[in-house]
Design a protein around this ligand. Structure first.
Ligand SMILES: NC(=O)C1=CN([C@@H]2O[C@H](COP(=O)(O)OP(=O)(O)OC[C@H]3O[C@@H](n4cnc5c(N)ncnc54)[C@H](OP(=O)(O)O)[C@@H]3O)[C@@H](O)[C@H]2O)C=CC1
Ligand SMILES: O=C(O)C1=N[C@H](C(=O)O)C[C@H](O)C1
Length: 263
């Protein structure tokens, strides 16, 4: 396999991530883009590529085009359908799209193993974000009190971000579940204390001008520790996309998060 190109079908080619991924694939010698999956026809969007077909039907796309990997950078709703359709057609999915619940991931893990293929679901492809999550998990051994503040551009569909949920999951592996704050604390404005994962609050900020940012703030007696990551350009995600596409070729399980493979 190492001696031939990895063939890729890309979903979401007109999007912000899809545009960056097309550039990555074009500049990676052993990657070959074979087709696109889009939400609308070429007539509706004007998006064309003389060399590759654009499909709007996932099942038809996977039936007609031979491929190794399916790379999804779309919307939570679309990605869930596309991922299952890819597995049903024996194609390895790499999913950058966020918005999957723990229950969905557990079910997809079973389906991946049943099919004997690899699947990568990667809430954040940026190496800095992966390190932020790992460092946060390490800090959680020493601090029980933690809040996550994630900030994104205002076109984002899901809240909280996939990265915030993944960070909370990793922290929960180290931290005993605890309802933080004062026991008699009351919200006079719904949502003021954010959403909760195992009693740990997550706050989502959406503003134009932002790209993708997260702070994990730990508090202890007389001290706080802040671990922060900023993606200021979508180029930050592309080395991780490349790594995920390469890795999915050799795994036979569902890998949830790049921290599983970045040592
Ligand atoms: N894992 C990571 O590191 C990162 C993940 N993301 C995630 O990636 C996803 C895409 O983000 P971004 O590029 O910013 O979003 P955009 O809105 O810029 O792009 C999404 C694209 O997907 C298209 N689309 C919608 N439905 C379908 C469908 N059924 N089939 C094919 N294409 C479809 C949209 O087309 P139209 O709007 O015309 O319907 C649009 O062109 C999001 O879930 C985001 O959270 C983002 C950055 C990093
Ligand atoms: O929608 C985005 O932009 C991003 N989504 C991912 C997430 O939900 O964590 C990754 C990154 O934060 C950018």
């Amino acid at each position: 396999m190492a001696n031939r190109d990895i063939r890729i079908i890309l979903a979401g080619p007109r999007g912000k991530m899809g545009t960056a991924a097309r550039d990555l694939i074009a500049h990676t010698a052993h990657f070959q883009l074979v087709a696109y999956l889009d939400s609308k026809t070429t007539d509706e969007t004007g998006f064309t590529d003389e060399e590759r077909p654009v499909y709007t039907d996932a099942a038809r796309c996977f039936s007609e085009v031979e491929t190794d990997v399916f790379l999804d950078l779309t919307t939570p709703e679309a990605a869930k359908i596309n991922l299952e359709t890819a597995l049903d057609h024996h194609v390895r999915p790499v999913i950058g799209t966020t918005g999957f619940t723990d229950e969905e991931i557990a079910r997809l893990r079973d389906k991946t193993e049943e099919k004997g293929l690899g699947t990568m679901i990667v809430p954040n492809f940026a190496i800095g974000a992966v390190l932020m999550m790992k460092f946060s998990q390490m800090a959680a051994r020493y601090f029980d009190d933690v809040e996550i503040i994630e900030r994104h551009h205002d076109n984002k569909l899901d809240a909280p971000s996939g990265t915030a949920l993944k960070t909370a999951d990793l922290i929960s592996e180290e931290r005993v579940a605890k309802n933080q704050g004062h026991p008699n604390e009351a919200e006079t404005l719904d949502g003021a204390r954010g959403g909760q994962v195992d009693g740990m609050p997550i706050h989502s900020v959406r503003l134009p001008g932002l790209v993708a940012h997260q702070e994990v703030i730990f508090g202890g007696s007389g001290q706080t520790l802040t671990i922060r990551h900023d993606s200021i350009d979508r180029g930050s995600f592309m080395p991780g996309v490349k790594l995920a596409v390469e890795t999915v070729m050799s795994v036979k399980t569902l890998v949830y998060g790049l921290e599983q493979i970045v040592e």
